[in-house]
Design a protein around this ligand. Structure first.
Ligand code: CP3
Length: 347
């Protein structure tokens, strides 16, 4: 089998024969085989076993015929190494025993030790680098999104404590952003050194901020992360999360290759707001996977028609898959995107 580099080519805005496809959260509970593994092991226990984590990463490649793999891990995994204990609790998500509340809590955070504490993640990447015939995307959580869990202690609706720290103690906030920025940079470099072929920074909840607050409190660290990693030739993706359409015009100095879009904006309008500077990734509403196949294809075709107007579109969802999604529909969607885009590009 030859290596499928369609995803990497699209990231670089090169010509492709058909659009590459992958799905955020493509390794997950919609797959009965994954659910079986989850009966025996927790997410963190899977991550601790590189052979198993690699197997879980590869499951969607065959079943869905996607053009890229995403490392099976979680955005919270590196925070244990900087000194924050956490758990991923079924039905809730990340939970922190002792959320960060004071300057002393933030001062106590130590630099990440990837080789010492996260060797299992690097080993998983090395296994995948040998096994995969598609590019491996590794990822990290962006500082604001990680901070929201560290400060709130669990998933949040309004980010009250996070924003309170930002507004009341801006110096402390920026110190936290600096420390988490350093964590992301060191962690990502280690991924790439061990065989990662592209990386995505997930800022899933940045859309909770006004554009002005995003620019003041979050964007400088995002710009620093991508600038410091700009010597790496591997494609770099920034996903500003859900409800991020108003943030797009402010990303022009982010040295990323690709920006992820959610479904609240069209591909064409997203590109326009980004000044046609980046490749774009997205953006089918993941809840559409509950709809009849005919309707799913209708929405997908609209995305593809706009996507192929210029080079640089990677088909994806606008956010992660739900456990309720159907494997059969996902496989059919991948085949549809491949076939429909190939015909449209050939025209
Ligand atoms: O995409 C993939 O298939 C790779 C694996 C992956 C996971 N988490 C595994 C996971 C990735 C890329 C993530 C990223 C992640 N984790 C994000 C950013 C992406 C996004 O969805 O916005 C965020 C915000 C987290 C934090 C997190 N982890 C939450 C909020 C939850 C609970 C929500 C849920 O779906 O249950 C998790 C748990 C989690 N991480 C699961 C998986 C497969 C589900 C629980 C499990 O199977 O153990």
């Amino acid at each position: 089998m030859t290596y499928n580099d369609r995803f990497l080519r699209a990231c670089r805005k090169e010509q492709v024969d058909r659009l590459p496809v992958w799905y955020m959260r493509q390794a997950g509970r919609y797959d009965p085989d994954y659910r079986k593994i989850k009966e025996k092991y927790s997410l963190l226990e899977i991550c601790q076993q590189p052979e198993l984590a690699a197997e879980v990463t590869m499951m969607p490649i065959k079943k869905l015929n996607v053009d890229a793999a995403i490392l099976y891990s979680d955005i919270m995994n590196p925070v244990a190494s900087i000194g924050v204990d956490f758990d991923i609790v079924a039905g809730i998500g990340p939970v922190i025993d002792q959320p960060l509340r004071t300057v002393a809590d933030i001062d106590r955070l130590r630099p990440i030790d990837v080789e010492g504490d996260l060797g299992h993640v690097l080993e998983t990447i090395r296994i995948l680098d040998k096994e995969l015939q598609v590019p491996l995307i590794t990822f990290a959580g962006a500082p604001f999104t990680i901070a929201s869990y560290l400060i709130e202690g669990r998933p949040s609706k309004n980010y009250l404590r996070t924003k309170a720290l930002m507004y009341n103690e801006p110096a402390v906030w920026h110190k936290l952003m600096d420390k988490l920025g350093d964590m992301v940079i060191t962690y990502t470099r280690a991924h790439i050194a061990n065989g990662g072929k592209a990386f995505q920074i997930f800022d899933s909840w940045a859309g909770a901020l006004s554009p002005a607050d995003f620019k003041q409190y979050v964007l400088p660290t995002i710009e620093r992360i991508f600038s410091e990693l700009s010597d790496l030739p591997q494609p770099k993706i920034y996903f500003p999360g859900v409800s991020s359409a108003e943030l797009l015009p402010h990303l022009s100095n982010v040295k990323a290759d690709v920006i992820g879009l959610d479904w609240r904006i069209s591909i064409a309008e997203g590109r326009k707001r980004l000044g046609d500077k980046f490749a774009v990734q997205g953006n089918l509403d993941p809840t559409l996977l509950t709809a009849p196949m005919k309707m799913i294809k209708h929405y997908a075709a609209e995305i593809i028609d706009q996507g192929i107007e210029q080079p640089g579109h990677i088909f994806n969802l606008g956010h992660g898959l739900f456990p309720e999604a159907s494997l059969e529909k996902l496989a059919e969607l991948t085949a549809f995107v491949h076939e429909y885009s190939e015909k449209a590009i050939a025209k």
